[in-house]
Design a protein around this ligand. Sequence first.
Ligand code: CP
Length: 304
Amino acid sequence: MKWNRKYLLSIDDLSIEDIHEIFETAKSMKEILKRPIKKVPTLRGKNVCLLFYEPSTRTRMSFENACKILSVDTISFSRESSSLKKGETFLDTLLNIEKMGVDLFVIRHSSSGVLHFLKNFINAKIINGGDGTNEHPTQALLDAFTILENKKKIENLKIVIVGDILHSRVARSNIKLLKKLNANITLCGPPTLLPEEFKNLCVEIEYDLKKAVKDADVIYVLRLQLERQTSNFFPSIREYNELFGIKKEILKYAKKDVIIMHPGPMNRGVEIDSDVADSEYSLILEQVENGLAIRMSILYYMLA
Ligand code: CP
């Protein structure tokens, strides 16, 4: 694949061919990860800035590790110790860092859509590491890759996304990607966190968890994003766990070989119980492992 794009801001930026190429290259990247010496010179001389304006463990560290394995030099940005604290704007910060020889930024930011604005001012390439409640395209790619590895297909699978849909950039990117790959998607959550407008995305909406997970191939659990909730969307965490938490007893309504996924970080005992998160159905740590290979693949296409 010859990929001339400067940006991966949304799943909309990718064709079906791009998606399959990213998956094929991720398989080769997994081979590199099995070697005793996990280092190749493929992207030597390239420079990436990891600019995370919001907390992150998985996305930031897997991009950093992916860069190291592909011999990319990285510089990291910490909001707390930066001159943003002295009043510098985010755009000025970016323009200054770009002048230090950065080829590509991986950016996470709390404002939805901010990267679409910033891209008009900088020449470096940009990968969206999660922008507000808008999109998290690399998470969706690693999720779809994990489903494909385990189920051998995505077309016609019943994939149920459960939880705080309203505030979830992971849900938005996954809905776009899994629809492109012809999955059947059901969304489930309290009505306050799952407005009917989501029907416009050609997905099923079900407010009863048992009905939603009936015959599901995949149950994708979302974190309850309390930090983004501006009002009381449900009476209590206990009630949320009672009605929408994924517990062992719920799994009997799904297919026998159902898989459980979660983007992390998990709130154990809130949206998912530990006996499900740590069960044989759970692919949660496999998602993290695949995240490294998928991000290596994306860096390769954007920088090679
Ligand atoms: N899934 C995910 O984006 O995790 P982090 O917030 O730790 O990067």
